[in-house]
Design a protein around this ligand. Structure first.
Ligand code: FAD
Ligand code: EGU
Length: 476
């Protein structure tokens, strides 16, 4: 390498005033973030290790569809993309709980306007790349894999399309390169950087449920759930009238299923109603197409390194998918950073420090919540328990709409800061428990009062007599 180029799409002279932002990772968060930075007038360069998925024939990678909710929508709205994305999303107004007998019970998410959307990951990513591409101050660089970068100089080395190393310079590096972030590697070498990662014992596998007689095989506007303690399946609808079913199961159980017949036997036992819908032959084949995929939870802090670099999305906080919030939280990251840019007049050093201060507690809270829900679901959540808990949540909310707001409602349908949602949840839990105690004490005291007031009317039976009778199990 002879010299370090800037990544700016313009020459150094023409862009002397504009700061150059390098966004590493052109996934969901990176491509959205590019729109946010471009809209502010920065010179933006996105570097993505894969080829341009808009041109690719087959798109590999994680989860085919995702649940988009309020936080993600608010971020999309800010860059004028909300309508475009929701027009291709399928509303899910309720969950549909499937029990082992094939019985289905719907539980609404909330009031009429409260629904989540099933969106196609590849389409969402393509639309966001195209949106970023329309800004004249943005360049998209595919087949550019970040190899390393220097916190001293801010210089980045990429492995380019021709396999050659390439060194580039930017004013700010934004790490949006996912759960196994290469940008994050340099953070790990810093003193006082906190980091933890946990692989859960479960893996996931995606199976496609084809249309039946040209239409959706199940009710389309639902998030279908088969809760079975350690096993769980979830299905989200797609525009092509298929469903993508995601089976969550401990790796050791995946390993026990080795033949097509064993797959059918397993489904017969736990998800019998889904067999004819997926199809026996398809099920036997799909199950072995790809091995089960791992899920990791990553927490770290701080999110910034001097005024040189910041981590966002899964690179900063990979969460297990048991709250449907990973992408939503990553999109909200972009919105939060943008709000702080307004507050602090784009003073990058100050903005990054404030971003870490504000965002770490919230991202850690959603990582904890998602992990908590994973543990809870596998501990004792079958279809009956799930129905009971969600009914109870909803009933309490209807009785006291201001005091009791279900946790998932705050998480999914509001922009209540995640850590505040958790605090409020703990507080509500206390109120509910104390109310129950109070009810108990009041009714016990009331009962006692009535008893004492009327004691003269009661038959005079001695305690010994009572005891003998009880032992004899004779009714009075
Ligand atoms: P990614 O989507 O991982 O994108 C990172 C990008 O960086 C990729 O394009 C990658 O190619 C690129 N990259 C990686 N390394 C480099 C490098 N060295 N140089 C250059 N580029 C690089 N979230 C929800 O909100 N709702 C859901 O319903 C939901 N369901 C999920 C279900 C499952 C099974 C899983 C696993 C996750 C789910 N999520 C969901 C979470 C969601 O998928 C992630 O939070 C989201 O994809 C994070 O986006 P990202 O852009 O940060 O990372
Ligand atoms: C998992 C995988 C139901 C997509 C959590 C609910 C999820 C999603 C729930 C996946 C569950 C679990 C919530 C939403 C959503 C529920 C939620 C989980 C979408 C508490 C594509 N979860 N997910 N909670 O309430 O808040 O319906 O892969 F089974 S959307 Cl685990 Cl709201």
């Amino acid at each position: 390498m002879d010299s370090i180029e800037t990544v700016s799409p313009h020459t150094r002279e023409s862009s002397s005033k504009r700061k150059v932002i390098a966004i590493v990772g052109g996934g969901l968060v990176g491509s959205l973030n590019a729109c946010f930075f471009a809209k502010r007038g920065f010179d933006v360069a996105v570097f993505e290790s894969r080829e341009d998925i808009r041109l690719a024939k087959v798109v590999r990678g994680r989860s085919i569809n995702l649940a988009l909710s309020h936080r993600g929508r608010q971020a999309l709205k800010h860059v004028g993309m909300e309508d475009k994305i929701i027009s291709k999303g399928i509303p899910m107004h309720a969950r549909m709980i499937h029990n082992t007998n094939g019985k289905r019970s719907p539980i609404p998410y909330g009031k009429k306007g409260q629904y989540i959307l099933s969106v196609d990951r590849a389409n969402l990513n393509k639309e966001l790349l195209t949106a970023a591409d329309t800004f004249p101050n943005t360049t998209l660089n595919f087949n550019h894999k970040l190899h390393d970068w220097s916190p001293k100089t801010g210089a980045m080395t990429f492995i380019g399309p021709d396999g050659q190393m390439k060194e580039l310079q930017a004013d700010l590096i934004v790490g949006c390169d996912g759960a196994f972030s290469a940008v994050r590697k340099q953070f790990l070498r810093q003193s006082r950087f906190n980091y933890s990662q946990t692989y859960i014992p479960h893996g996931y596998m995606e199976l496609t449920m084809p249309p039946k007689d040209g239409d959706f095989a199940m009710e389309p506007n639902y998030l279908h759930i088969w809760p079975r303690n350690t096993f769980m399946m979830i299905a989200l609808p797609n525009l092509d009238r298929t469903f993508t079913c995601t089976l969550f199961m401990p790796f050791e159980d995946f390993e026990k299923i080795r033949s097509g017949d064993e797959v059918i036997r397993f489904f017969q036992k736990y998800f019998p109603d889904s067999i004819p819908l997926i199809g026996v032959e398809a099920l036997k084949q799909d199950f072995f197409r790809l091995p089960a995929q791992a899920m990791v939870s990553v927490k770290c802090s701080p999110y910034h390194l001097f005024d040189k670099c910041v981590l966002m999305g899964d690179a900063a906080h990979a969460v297990v998918p048991f709250y449907g919030q990973g992408m939503n939280a990553g999109f909200e990251d972009c919105l939060v950073l943008n709000e702080i840019m307004d507050q602090l007049n784009e003073n990058i050093a100050a903005v990054l420090q404030e971003y870490t201060r504000v965002r770490v507690p919230d991202d850690h809270a959603i990582a904890d919540l998602a992990m908590y829900n994973y543990v809870e679901m596998r501990a004792h959540v079958n279809s009956k328990y799930f129905l009971f808990r969600k009914y109870l949540d909803n009933i309490l909310h209807v009785i006291m709409p201001k005091t009791i707001v279900p946790l998932y409602t705050m998480v999914t349908f509001t922009r209540t800061r995640y850590h505040e949602a958790v605090n409020r949840w703990h507080w509500q839990d206390k109120v509910i428990t104390q109310s129950l105690w109070l009810c108990g004490v009041v009714s016990a005291a009331g009962g006692m009062y009535v008893l004492v007031r009327n004691s003269h009317k009661l038959p005079n039976i001695s305690a010994e007599h009572l005891w003998t009778r009880m032992l004899a199990l004779k009714p009075f």
